[in-house]
Design a protein around this ligand. Structure first.
Ligand code: B12
Ligand code: SF4
Length: 493
């Protein structure tokens, strides 16, 4: 059987919002995971439109498309194109699960929820010539997961080709998150076995890993055993976690010993009322500042996630949030305009209150206001969101944040990382478009390796014991980066 798997671009390359560095960072794993269930004799092509042009002039036996909300219209056009050629089309993913009736109009079969149970069932039925129009996931387990088909991933097109995901979902259920909508009708959080996760890591070539899990620390015994197992592997990695998991005694130390260097943390809002409104109780009453200090003491960079436009936010929220993030020395921040995804509790609430402005899914990208905020206009919300990005990554803010680090080398590293993403974006664009992205990998690894050495004395001691990769001790200097950077001197204005 000839199978074509397509991940349409979330934002197409012609759009002013397309940022090559964001979309070439690491390979998403949904389709490569599903490809693992195909037979050895099947011919499979996997195309990720974020990093390559699509070839739509073929006639496979089956086309499989992963649909996200902002890629939905594009995915439907591609699906219609293949169906007009008589090709069988299967659609799945978050958006299909949220709005099955809409997706059904463009597919022969649709899939609701994760695919580990439904996809093999479909393949059996398809080969037997009796596929059903809809499969709904109920049985949730990663226990007998075949190997992810990494051979189909064009590694050279991504900065960190070693993305991996060892769990699905999250133990929490925040109102604005897709999580409950996607996992409805079955378990909402489950992991691989520790052994399976460690074996997968061992198979990955190179040092740098990017965990795509929503909440890598969500199952404490699992995470703790995983980090124990990774301790001597000499890896450097990034992941996402909650404020509560950062503050939990013991777990972060283990993660750092296993190679954690940068953590995406969902702060979301500085307002307790907003947290209550969005049903994010696990952030309530937590000392965010202590969480940041703890990560920095351990030598872990912080990528803080913040959402604007919750009902408690007036137009002072932008300035307060950015000032707070800068003053706490957060290295990178991700700001979002609150976005009610169909299927979420937030969407239901907004819709019944008549606050949704339209259903142009391509604008549900957390960069546009698609609803009427309670205490400012939609225009002001978007303006404030854009201002927050500009202000956070202005030189004066980068240097102010860097100055909180208290040591020259720590300061330089802060500038290297914060400015490296945003200030050097035209350079990144050029590197990516000229397909040289893999050459930058050693530099990124060196910066990350360096971070672990600027934590608290205890963390420094442990991290010095750490970086032994493939029997070699990792270099402790970062000359390439140091030379590239301007000295961290404040500039007027
Ligand atoms: C990689 C990633 C990205 C990458 C690339 C995304 C891409 N090209 O796909 C980048 C960094 C670009 C990115 C950007 C954004 N992302 Co993102 N991202 C992810 C991440 C971390 C991993 C995806 C992944 O590989 N998962 C692992 C695989 C195994 O799971 P999966 O993809 O869901 O696939 C399974 C099922 O969906 C199903 N399935 C999928 N397709 C099909 C098809 C068929 C036929 C079948 C049978 C089954 C099936 O089966 C698969 C196996 O179970 C997810 C979080 C997560 N853990 O999933 C967020 C996530 C997808 N991102 C999210 C968001 C919000 C964003 C941003 C809007 C954030 C922002 N403000 O910038 C932007 C998008 C901006 C835009 N629209 O342009 C949300 C999506 C919410 C939603 N309702 O759409 C997620 C879920 C994170 C979260 N917890 O909120 N993201
Ligand atoms: S903690 Fe994060 S991933 Fe989990 S439900 Fe809340 S927003 Fe979603």
């Amino acid at each position: 059987m000839r199978v074509k798997m397509i991940l349409p671009a979330l934002t197409e390359a012609w759009s002013p919002f397309f940022r090559p560095i964001k979309y070439s960072l690491f390979p998403p794993l949904g389709l490569a995971t599903l490809a693992g269930f195909l037979d050895d004799g099947d011919e499979v092509v996997l195309q990720d439109e974020h990093v390559e042009g699509l070839d739509l002039d073929d006639d496979p036996d089956l086309v499989v498309i992963q649909v996200y909300i902002t890629s939905a219209f594009r995915a439907y056009r591609i699906a219609d194109h293949y169906r007009a050629r008589g090709v069988y089309v299967a659609l799945g993913g978050l958006h299909v699960t949220s709005l099955p009736d809409e997706a059904m109009r463009h597919a022969d079969t649709i899939f609701l929820g994760p695919g580990e149970d439904t996809w093999p069932a479909f393949l059996r039925d398809f080969r037997a010539g009796r596929p059903a129009p809809l499969y709904r996931s109920v049985t949730r387990s990663l226990d007998r997961l075949p190997r992810v088909r990494r051979d189909l991933v064009k590694r050279h097109l991504y900065l960190v080709p070693n993305s991996l995901v060892v769990s699905r979902g999250c133990p929490h259920a925040c109102d604005f998150c897709y999580k409950d909508a996607f996992f409805e009708g079955g378990k909402g959080f489950y992991t691989q076995t520790v052994d399976a996760a460690l074996s997968e890591i061992e198979r990955l070539a190179g040092r740098h890993l990017y965990f795509l899990d929503d909440h890598l620390f969500g199952n404490v015994p699992f995470a703790s055993s995983l980090f124990d197992g990774m301790r001597d592997m000499g890896r450097l990695w990034q992941a996402a976690g909650t404020v509560a998991s950062v503050l939990r005694p013991g777990l972060m130390e283990k993660a750092v010993e296993a190679g954690l260097r940068s953590l995406f943390v969902g702060f979301e809002t500085l307002s307790p009322d907003n947290l209550r409104e969005q049903r994010k109780p696990h952030n309530l009453g937590r000392d965010y500042g202590a969480a940041i200090r703890r990560l920095h003491d351990l030598g872990v960079m912080v990528n803080g996630s913040f959402v604007f436009g919750m009902d408690g936010d007036d137009d002072s929220v932008f300035e307060r949030t950015v000032a707070w993030a800068v003053d706490h020395g957060i290295e990178t921040a991700t700001f979002h305009v609150l976005t009610p995804y169909p299927g979420t509790a937030l969407y239901t609430r907004m819709r019944s209150a008549g606050r949704l402005l339209h259903d142009d899914w391509s604008l549900y990208d957390t960069r546009h206001a698609v609803y009427r905020p309670a205490r400012m206009s939609p225009e002001r919300l978007v303006e404030g969101y854009r201002w927050a990005y500009r202000e956070f990554y202005a030189w004066r803010s980068i240097l102010r944040g860097a100055a909180t680090k208290g040591s020259l080398t720590g300061t330089v590293r802060h500038v290297a990382y914060a400015a490296g993403w945003k200030k050097m974006e035209p350079f990144w664009d050029w590197i990516i478009r000229s397909r040289r992205v893999a050459r930058l990998r050693p530099m990124l690894e060196t910066v990350l390796a360096g971070f672990g050495r600027y934590g608290a004395p205890s963390a420094r001691r442990r991290s010095r014991d750490l970086p032994v990769a493939h029997g070699r001790r990792v270099p402790l200097s970062i000359p390439a980066v140091d030379l590239l950077l301007p000295p961290p001197r404040p500039r007027p204005g």
